[in-house]
Design a binder for this molecule. Sequence first.
Ligand code: SAM
Length: 261
Amino acid sequence: MKVTTMTKIYLVGAGPGDPDLLTVKALRLIQTAETLVYDRLVSREILDLVPDGVSRIYVGKAPGRHTLSQKEISALLVSLAEKGQRVVRLKGGDPFIFGRGGEEALMLARHNIPFEVVPGITAAQACAAYAGIPLTHRGMAQGVRFITGHRKENATLAIDAATLADPEQTLVIYMGLANLPLIVRDLLDAGRAADTPAAIVEHGTTARQRSIVTTVAQLQKAVEQNNIESPAMLIIGAVVALSQELDWFMPVAQEMELRYG
Ligand SMILES: C[S@@+](CC[C@H](N)C(=O)[O-])C[C@H]1O[C@@H](n2cnc3c(N)ncnc32)[C@H](O)[C@@H]1O
């Protein structure tokens, strides 16, 4: 396929929700786009920054209920590029972290469509920071691993047991709610201590953020008791205990509530 008009597609990370976490480049691009193609995880506060004249295409991606399939989204980007549109493809968090941005970029590359990738703050980093949890901390966590909890029915987490069990490794699990009982089983089977501190951060970095601190063994119960809904991030490891002293977000959430309603 041949692109006749000079065009460019920008694969842009919107960050986790708080509009103040957009990069300067992301903000400039969404304010000068002709067409914005966006997902469910792009917050309302961020969409409010998009000028009225920009045409908006919502492509969904609620868990299990994609409005367009990934293939259709990639095809849409190619067809907008072929029309010469200046398109911003806005994705929650970072486009290349569990965001399928790589697939969209490959499709563009294979059609010789120029593109740029603008990184965003990924939800793991942001949820941890806004819940007062340093992902690494001297003497407590030497490393951090970002994991997806999404998997085929009954499959185990595709991570070696040594990593899952390592008490000095923080684990941050995206899309973990649907398979939580299996995730907890895998962690315990691998040898992670049942009383390892664990946090659930729901609607991270927004005025609606809730952060619940429990243990690995009690995770499922905490999710049920608190009616936790998507999007939510699981953070596992000794560093979670630091949130007792470092939780700074509550007053800021109240300010956000006043600012954004
Ligand atoms: C398909 S992944 C997209 C990740 C995104 N590309 C990123 O870099 O953050 C969606 C998952 O990210 C997590 N997530 C995204 N935004 C979140 C938020 N504001 N609060 C909590 N978890 C979030 C949830 O686990 C959600 O199911």
